[in-house]
Design a protein around this ligand. Structure first.
Ligand code: ADP
Length: 254
């Protein structure tokens, strides 16, 4: 298996998986024959049953894990990664948590402060810079986590079910904010979720995976224009597409 990571320049395809398989040492095959491309301007969401290999796919994309077969090309080093848990340091304020990655990258204090302030504003947390994680709601903690990754100015942004633990209203609000940031910051997104309606609402493309070993069983282009009208969620076209994706998910699970 090969990984190519040329300079941070934008190319036609930011992420290219070709016939990727993942077999762990314990004999578990998590992924099989996965072909997936993510290009600039795309927001691709992966839905699939638990344990089918979705997180493994993101870990391979980020370079945390190496695929056992196939080719993985990642054409940028500017990769953001947000997990289901906000993974904040409890003793650090919002400002200091958001500065963390820039600090680890050795950026100057002044640059860190400015980048963090801009990211905090982007996620709507201005005024909460001095708060500690325990003083924040789940949604605000997730915004802090998003802001921390945004300081990297990602070209490719990986999301591992970031809003799965939130109540529906917070989740919908964060979906709208994430789409606004996606349009403003022009990153490409690869997003994992269990929620089919969240997948359809956020994405330009929805990829449905089968049960383990995860294979791509269907791909749906989402025809609704960006910026996306929040009211689209209540339209019959939206419900129809959610129905089709859910159906493919059930078929792939058999
Ligand atoms: P998903 O995100 O779709 O729920 P995962 O990618 O987390 O699935 O896991 C896919 C399968 O691979 C699961 O059966 C999991 O137990 C297994 N798995 C994940 N990571 C490892 C590992 N490091 N070693 C062995 N098995 C693993």
């Amino acid at each position: 298996m090969t990984i190519t990571a040329p300079s941070g320049t934008t190319t036609d395809t930011l992420l290219d998986f070709s016939d990727v398989a993942m077999r762990f040492d314990n004999g578990v095959t998590a992924l099989s024959g996965v072909d997936l491309q993510v290009r600039p301007g795309e927001f691709v969401t992966v839905v699939g049953p638990s344990g089918c290999g979705k997180s493994t796919l993101l870990r391979i994309a980020s370079g945390l894990e190496t695929a056992s077969e196939g080719t993985v090309s990642v054409a940028t080093k500017r990769i953001g990664y947000v997990f289901q848990d906000a993974t904040l340091l409890p003793w650090r304020t919002v400002q200091k948590n958001v500065e963390l990655l820039a600090e680890l990258n050795g950026r100057s204090k002044e640059e860190r402060r400015k980048d963090a302030e801009a990211a905090i504003e982007l996620v709507g947390l201005t005024g909460f810079e001095s708060s500690l994680p325990k003083q924040l709601s789940g949604g605000m903690r997730m915004r802090t986590s998003l802001a921390r990754s945004l300081t990297l100015d990602p070209e490719l942004f990986l999301f591992d079910e970031p809003f799965g633990a939130l109540d529906e209203i917070s989740r919908e609000r964060l979906n709208d904010e994430l789409l606004r940031i996606f349009i403003e910051q022009k990153f490409a997104g690869l997003f994992i979720t269990h929620s089919v309606s969240e997948a359809v609402y956020l994405s330009t493309r929805v990829v449905v995976m089968s049960g383990r070993p995860g294979r791509i069983v269907r791909t749906f282009d989402v025809p609704f224009p960006m910026p996306r009208d929040p009211e689209i969620r209540y339209s019959s076209e939206f419900a129809e597409l959610v129905g089709e994706v859910s159906h493919a998910l059930r078929e792939g699970h058999r």
